[in-house]
Ligand binder design. Structure first.
Ligand SMILES: *Cc1c(COP(=O)(O)O)cnc(C)c1O
Length: 394
C-alpha cells in the first residue's frame, strides 16, 4: 500500500497498451453506423484487400479474433483429433487452447533465451509419427528463425501456421513473416499494433483453405450475408459445414482500414520509444531485449526487459506492483503455458521442463510501448522504473 506521503510519478494512471485512435477512424465508424450496414460488408472487404497487399499474400480473411483465425486455420488445413502440434510455451493461452479445441495435442518446445522465440534446434527431437504442424509465434514482434523452421517442416512434411499476433510489420530476409508457411494469423485486439477493438485476420496462398476459412467463419454457409441481402438481390444459401460465428463487422473494419494506413508510422514511433528505453535502462539491473537480428524487421509489439531477480530478494511481481503504485500500467507476456494448471495437469508438465521459457516467465515485464505515448509518458515510465528499482536494490 502507498503510504500517506507517497507521491506517485504521475497523477493519472498510464493504461498499458492503450491504442492510438485518430479522427479518421472515428469518422469512419460514425459513417458506418449511419450507413445502416453494421456487420460484415464492404468495409471488411476493403480491409481484407488492403491487408493482403500489405502482407504479400494471395488471400486474407477477416474474422472477429486471432483466436478464431487460429482455430479455423487448423481446422481447414485438416488438423484434428490425435495430431501433435509443436509450439512454444512462451505465448498467450489462445495459441495452445485452439490446439486442444480441435482435439489435437500441443507439444511444447523450449525457447531460445536470447530471442525468446521457439528454438529450432530443439524441434526435431519432439517430432513423432503424429506430428502434423509447427505453430511458430513471433514473440513480441521478433521474427522466428524461418529458414530453420521451414526446412524442418519440409523434411518432415509438416504444416507451418504462424501465430503472427505480434508481428504484422515483421520481416524475415525482406519478406513479411506472415507470407511464410501455409497460413498466418494476426490479431487486432486493443493492445496490438493495428487495432479494431477485437479482430483477427488469416492470410494464405491456398484458395481452398481461404474459401473454407470464410465459410466456416460464418456458419458454414456457402454465400456471405452481405451477398444475401445486398442490392444484387436475394440468394439462397446452403449450409455445407456446421460452421462458427467468427465474422468481422464493418464497424471493426472501419478502424482497421485507417490503422493499417499508419502501421509504418506507428512502428517508427515505437522504435524511438524502444531505443529511448534501451538507453535509459543501461545501468539498471534489467536485461533489455536482444538487438534485432540482421536481415529482419522487428514489429516492436512488446518491450520486455527481464528483471535481474538473482540480484535481489524482490520478485518481478513486486516490481510490477511498485510500478502500479507509481501509476504505470504494465503487462506480463507471458507466464509460460506449462506452468498453468490446465497444461500442467493435462499433459503432465512441470517446472523444470522448459528452463529458458521459465527464465523469461519469472523475470519478464512489458512496459508501455503504444504509439499513443507522449514524450512525457515515456519519461514517466523511465522515472518510475528507476524509482522502484532503486528502492528495491538499495
Ligand atoms: C493476442 C494474442 C492472441 C489472441 O488474439 P485475439 O485477437 O485476442 O484472439 C494469440 N496469440 C498471441 C501470441 C497473442 O498475443
Amino acid at each position: 500500500m502507498a503510504t500517506k506521503k507517497h507521491k506517485p510519478v504521475r497523477k493519472s494512471f498510464l493504461i498499458f497498451g492503450s491504442p492510438r485512435i485518430e479522427k479518421a477512424e472515428i469518422r469512419e465508424v460514425v459513417a458506418t453506423l449511419r450507413s445502416g450496414w453494421l456487420s460484415t460488408g464492404p468495409k471488411v472487404v476493403k480491409f481484407e484487400e488492403m491487408f493482403k497487399k500489405y502482407i504479400g499474400a494471395e488471400y486474407a480473411m477477416a474474422l472477429n479474433s486471432c483466436t478464431a483465425g487460429l482455430h479455423l486455420a487448423m481446422l481447414v488445413s485438416g488438423l484434428g483429433h490425435g495430431d501433435e502440434i509443436i509450439t512454444t510455451p512462451l505465448t498467450f493461452a489462445a495459441t495452445a487452447n485452439v490446439i486442444t479445441h480441435i482435439g489435437a495435442r500441443p507439444v511444447f518446445v523450449d525457447i531460445d533465451k536470447h530471442t525468446m522465440n521457439i528454438d529450432p534446434n530443439l524441434i526435431e527431437e519432439k517430432i513423432t509419427k503424429r506430428t502434423k504442424a509447427i505453430v511458430p509465434v513471433h514473440f513480441a514482434g521478433r521474427p522466428c528463425d524461418m529458414d530453420a523452421i521451414m526446412s524442418i517442416a519440409k523434411k518432415h512434411r509438416l504444416l507451418v501456421i504462424s501465430d503472427a499476433a505480434h508481428a504484422i510489420e515483421a520481416e524475415y530476409k525482406g519478406q513479411k513473416v506472415g507470407s511464410f508457411g501455409d497460413m498466418s494469423v494476426f490479431s487486432f485486439y486493443v493492445t496490438k499494433n493495428v487495432c479494431t477493438g477485437e479482430g483477427g485476420m488469416v492470410t494464405t496462398n491456398n484458395k481452398d483453405w481461404a474459401e473454407k476459412v470464410q465459410m466456416y467463419g460464418l456458419h458454414g454457409m456457402s454465400k456471405g450475408a452481405w451477398h444475401r441481402y445486398s442490392d444484387e438481390g436475394f440468394k439462397h444459401y446452403q449450409v455445407v459445414f456446421p460452421g462458427y460465428k467468427y465474422n468481422m463487422m464493418d464497424i471493426q473494419a472501419s478502424l482497421g482500414i485507417h490503422q493499417l494506413k499508419r502501421v509504418g508510422n506507428y512502428l517508427k514511433i515505437r522504435e524511438k520509444i524502444w531505443k529511448k528505453y534501451d538507453r535509459a535502462f543501461q545501468e539498471l539491473p534489467l536485461i533489455v531485449p536482444a538487438p534485432v537480428e540482421k536481415d529482419t524487421v522487428h514489429a516492436r509489439h512488446l518491450y520486455t526487459p527481464l528483471l535481474d531477480i538473482d540480484a535481489t530478494d524482490i520478485s518481478r511481481d513486486a516490481f510490477q506492483q511498485g510500478l502500479h503504485i507509481e501509476n504505470i500500467g504494465t503487462g506480463i507476456h507471458f507466464v509460460a503455458l506449462h506452468l498453468h494448471p490446465y497444461y500442467a495437469n493435462t499433459f503432465g508438465l512441470k517446472r523444470g521442463d522448459f528452463p529458458n521459457a521459465e527464465f523469461v516467465s519469472d523475470r519478464t515485464i512489458s512496459l508501455p510501448l503504444s504509439a499513443k505515448l507522449t514524450e512525457a509518458d515515456t519519461d514517466d515510465v523511465i522515472c518510475a522504473v528507476k524509482k522502484v528499482i532503486e528502492r528495491i536494490f538499495e
